[in-house]
Design a protein around this ligand. Structure first.
Ligand SMILES: [Zn+2]
Length: 219
């Protein structure tokens, strides 16, 4: 959201930002096993269709329900970078994925995300993912689970491994891609002229501290 503010000189008011964050968190709370909310099980087509549906639903909504949808869509985009091997495929180049367009393609070579909540029947295949050399991470691995692949933090195998040559971990690199894509996503809401989103925007004053102080006082 801060990168969006840097570009537009407008920031999302604290009360709206809070609702958007709630919508984002709802992805895990309300739909933990729905792969299309987290881009798990290599369900990239479903993920992309879900994102489109969420955004289309929001077009007919206003107020909090629209902002909740905005947050849910954000969750889909951010989980894609954390759960798939896109970051491993493009590193060290910060190339964004066509998440919005995966709905139109049935197969993307080597792109994979881990199985969740299901897992592969062969335990050996599952373990192979954990011991696979980094050079194999760019390819699809049979039996890869969510636990093996995710980069939600620096404390997972992939998340904590440093991307060769850039001095940052895969978790941090994937996070940068997710932030850049989130900014693109917010810009699309801005350009769409959604009244509920536009009414959230306030002129940016300084470094965001004011806005953050407001939200602290609300709690
Ligand atoms: Zn999730």
């Amino acid at each position: 959201m801060e990168q969006f503010a840097d570009d537009t000189k407008l920031e999302i008011g604290a009360p709206c930002a809070e609702i958007i964050m709630q919508g984002n968190l709802q992805g895990d709370k309300l739909f933990p096993d729905r792969t299309e909310f987290h881009c798990d099980n290599s369900n990239f087509k479903g993920c992309s269709e879900n994102l489109e549906k969420i955004v289309n639903d929001a077009k007919h909504l206003s107020g909090d329900p629209a902002l909740i949808r905005l947050g849910r869509g954000m969750h889909v985009i951010q989980d894609f970078y954390s759960h798939s091997n896109w970051a491993e495929m493009v590193a060290p180049l910060p190339v964004l994925a066509p998440v919005e367009d995966f709905k139109d393609v049935s197969y993307i070579k080597n792109l994979q995300s881990g199985m969740y909540p299901y897992s592969h029947e062969s335990i050996d295949d599952q373990l192979d993912c954990f011991t696979a050399p980094e050079s194999d991470w760019k390819t699809g691995l049979v039996g890869a689970t969510h636990a093996c692949m995710h980069k939600d933090g620096n404390n997972s195998i992939r998340g904590g491994t440093e991307v060769p040559g850039i001095g940052r971990t895969y978790h941090e690199f994937a996070g940068e891609l997710a932030i850049a894509h989130t900014k693109k996503y917010l810009m699309s809401w801005y350009k769409s002229g959604h009244p509920g989103f536009l009414s959230c925007l306030v002129v940016k004053v300084g470094g965001g501290g004011c806005n953050h102080n407001i939200i602290r006082k609300m709690k």
